[in-house]
Design a protein around this ligand. Structure first.
Ligand code: AMP
Length: 381
């Protein structure tokens, strides 16, 4: 029988950010103990965990001490060194497996895995020199996007290449050492699908989310997505197929581009909860965090139907530029909910929290959440 971890067991979480914080709330509500490992003091997840180990991912002794106290380990952040995960895997059950993190933490490995599995992705090439970049641009065409293969998120380490630009100049200002060139996709919408898969192979997808990015960072998610039923079905099938091909146990977010002809192209995989799934706390029968608990602990997966059309808007550090936001004003509208992540320093571009609004339609929920966010900056009365 597959190992099952029942309430009372200890779940370890690698990473101390907001995804771990909301995971800890869900897991503790269900009666689990949560132990967080993070290099950060006073981390968002650590504030709500039963225990925290604050140490470097390279500290073998601290990692070993942490893993020996766990029944099962999961992640809220995929850029964990492979060596660290191997140390843990010798001492406790690790879900999802380290090999999946290894694939997802490098864009070249991720895109290669997807294209070898006949899953749709934008054309891409690995580029290691200015000559390879020139050849790849000829093959792929412009506009294209040059991305650093690793440690890239929220558009960090990427640069769009337009028609007239000189290859040597682009190479001189390259955004990293290991690089991938991708065709820039002319998309109509960005969507994402979360899929959970248990150790017994059962899987369940969440409804497709529609995402709007600003400056490469997710800004607003709304559900249900305004897409054709055939696209909704196809997106769910793609996510399920990827989870099966990875042999995932846990939760996986699949970000996709939707083209005007209905074609879906996979952009990114994240084997953990995802910013575009935060709406599920208020808007779905089971939140993405509870679903992660269920999947990694071997419990039956929860129902994923939408309870009410919902929209989520991120709150970046920029919202603090004129001082503390006007929380009371934003919360005056029924159906608006606030989530703050316990981060002390509101730096521009830093994800500090989010607002969720439920309403009678996705459009109405978007309007409501944007009005609530705008109200944060209103002059104090
Ligand atoms: P990423 O860090 O790869 O998720 O990229 C962040 C955002 O940049 C995406 O959500 C898109 O808005 C945009 N982007 C990334 N790759 C492409 C691409 N190949 N074509 C068009 N837009 C892209």
């Amino acid at each position: 029988m597959m190992p099952q971890f029942l309430p009372g067991a200890t779940i370890g979480v690698m990473g101390g950010g907001q995804l771990g914080r909301m995971f800890a709330m869900a897991a503790r509500r269900m009666g689990y103990r949560v132990h967080v490992f993070t290099p950060e003091e006073n981390s968002p997840a650590g504030q709500l965990a039963d225990a925290t180990t604050t140490a470097s991912y390279a500290d073998e002794e601290a990692v070993g001490r942490f893993a020996r106290q766990l029944d099962v380990l999961t992640f809220e952040f995929e850029n964990i060194p492979a060596q660290t995960i191997d140390w843990c895997a010798a001492l406790c059950v690790v879900r999802p497996a380290g090999a999946i993190l290894n694939t997802a933490q490098n864009r070249l490995r991720e895109k290669t895995f997807l294209s070898e599995g006949n899953l749709p992705v934008a054309s891409f090439r690995a580029v290691r020199s200015a000559a390879e970049l020139a050849a790849a641009l000829d093959q792929i065409g412009r506009p294209a996007i040059l991305k650093s293969a690793s440690f890239g998120y929220d558009g960090k380490g990427q640069r769009r290449i337009f028609a007239q630009e000189n290859v040597d100049e682009i190479w001189a200002a390259r955004p990293g050492d290991e690089l991938i060139l991708e065709r820039a996709v002319d998309f109509e919408k960005e969507v994402s699908v979360l899929v959970a898969r248990g150790a017994d192979g059962s899987s369940s997808t969440f409804p497709v989310c529609e995402n709007v990015h600003r400056h490469h960072i997710l800004d607003v998610t709304s559900v249900p997505a305004k897409i054709e039923p055939a696209v909704e079905k196809n997106a769910a099938l793609l996510a399920r197929t990827i989870a099966e091909q990875l042999d995932l146990v846990g939760l996986l977010a699949v970000e996709m581009f939707l083209r005007s002809d209905g074609e879906l192209l996979v952009n990114e995989l994240a084997p953990r909860p995802h910013n575009s799934g935060h709406w599920s706390i208020e808007g779905c029968a089971t939140s993405q965090f509870e679903q992660q608990v269920r999947a990694v602990c071997g419990l039956p997966l929860g129902a994923t139907e939408i309870l009410q059309p919902t929209a989520m808007a991120n709150l970046l550090g920029d919202a603090w530029q004129n001082g503390e936001p006007h929380w009371a004003r934003a919360l005056g509208t029924p159906g608006v909910h606030l989530h703050l992540y316990g981060k002390r320093e509101p730096r521009p571009g830093r994800k500090m929290g989010h607002l969720t609004a439920t309403a009678s339609s996705a459009d109405a929920a978007v309007r409501k959440v944007l009005e609530a966010r705008a109200a944060l900056g209103d002059a104090r009365s």
